[in-house]
Design a protein around this ligand. Structure first.
Ligand code: SUD
Ligand code: ADP
Length: 303
């Protein structure tokens, strides 16, 4: 994830901007629970070509604006300081001990909120990176990852921004073998899901870890075959809380172009893997059948 310090005018500070991509858990095993009740995970996480966009710029006074299709979903979420973007900038300032200059921050909220694709976590990670770039601060990577984990279990993987095997509660990241090109269609039925509620509804918390992984996935079929031996251990609990998730999975599975379908994270967003050239048509077909659902077509990104 890199910003681009484009100048917005002759006498204004440069604007730093980057995407905050949706995180997809292709597989998510819950393998235990710590004493502080956080769950131990073993997950394959990748990033979509779909995401929010964050921009920031040094300014005379701090400001925070949110626009885009899901901006209103954040309006009832409490004061602006509670937004993960501003919490990330405050955490960076506290941990570094450096007084950062005032920043004008703009968030284009394209991803549904509380939807299992880590939009808030991606925004927080983008804020950490852009605030460093805009202010010239360079914290050691380990320190930045520690700030990230305190913001949320999904923030470290979003900060790393690479396909990863994620374990611990989200802090242990290992690279994956190279992945084949995959089309990726995301579908959300328009209902937010509470992550703590899904974890609380789990029946089993000590499931087996991911099976052994081959040294590479030469084709999409190899990846799909391997994923078929994995699970999302949160899926049944999320469906019990929100049965419409089953309708989303049924709609995706019924499409002839869908090669592998599953829920991401704690839901309710589900995904289909397909041929890259089939993703747009798959998404279009589903939009016709379910005009009220949020549907996005892209590819799994290599990095
Ligand atoms: C489930 C996952 C899988 O990638 O994704 P999402 O559904 O959020 O996208 C993540 O672990 C979510 O990460 P994140 O959304 O950052 O979680 P946090 O804010 O740290 O935690 C929210 C709550 O979820 C529960 N939680 C979260 C992570 C974890 N490993 N164990 C947990 O038990 C705890 O109840 C915690 O209070
Ligand atoms: N910038 C943000 N984008 C999304 N959610 C945010 C943001 N800041 C704070 N939140 C809060 O974080 C919670 C989790 O949001 P999100 O990351 O979208 O969930 P998920 O990881 O399940 O997709 C929501 O309850 C939301 O109110």
């Amino acid at each position: 994830m890199r910003g681009n310090g484009a100048s917005s005018g002759a006498d204004t500070a440069p604007v730093f901007s980057c995407r905050a991509r949706a995180k997809i858990n292709l597989a998510l095993h819950v393998t235990g629970q710590r004493e502080d009740r956080y769950h131990l995970l073993d997950s394959i996480t990748v990033f979509a070509g779909t995401g929010d966009r964050l921009s920031l710029q040094a300014a005379e006074a701090p400001s925070f604006t949110v626009y885009g299709p899901f901006a209103s979903a954040l309006e009832g979420g409490g004061p602006a300081q509670d937004n993960l973007v501003l919490r990330a900038i405050t955490a960076l300032q506290r941990a570094s001990g450096v007084q950062l200059p005032p920043l004008a921050v703009h968030l284009e909220k394209n991803l549904p909120v509380a939807s299992g694709i880590g939009g808030g976590s991606a925004d927080a990670a983008a804020a950490l990176l852009l605030a460093q770039e805009a202010t010239g601060l360079t914290l050691p990577a380990a320190m930045l990852q520690s700030i990230a984990l305190k913001l949320g279990a999904d923030v470290p993987v979003c900060l790393a921004g690479q396909p990863a095997r994620m374990s611990g509660i989200g802090e242990d990241l290992a690279p994956l073998p190279p992945l084949p090109r995959c089309g990726l269609v995301l579908v959300n039925p328009g209902v937010a899901v509470s992550t703590p509620a899904v974890f609380k509804a789990l029946e089993l918390r000590d499931n087996p870890p991911l099976p052994g992984m081959p040294p590479d996935f030469a084709t999409r079929q190899d990846l799909v075959n391997w994923l078929k031996g994995t699970r999302n251990d949160l899926q049944a609990a999320a469906i019990a809380l929100l049965p419409v998730i089953e309708d989303v999975l049924a709609a995706l599975n019924a499409h002839p172009a869908a090669e592998f379908c599953r829920m991401s994270g704690s839901g309710a967003t589900c995904f289909a893997l397909c041929a890259p050239e089939a993703a747009t048509a798959l998404a279009e077909d589903l939009r016709v059948q379910h005009p009220g659902w949020w549907i996005a077509a892209s590819e799994v990104e290599a990095g």
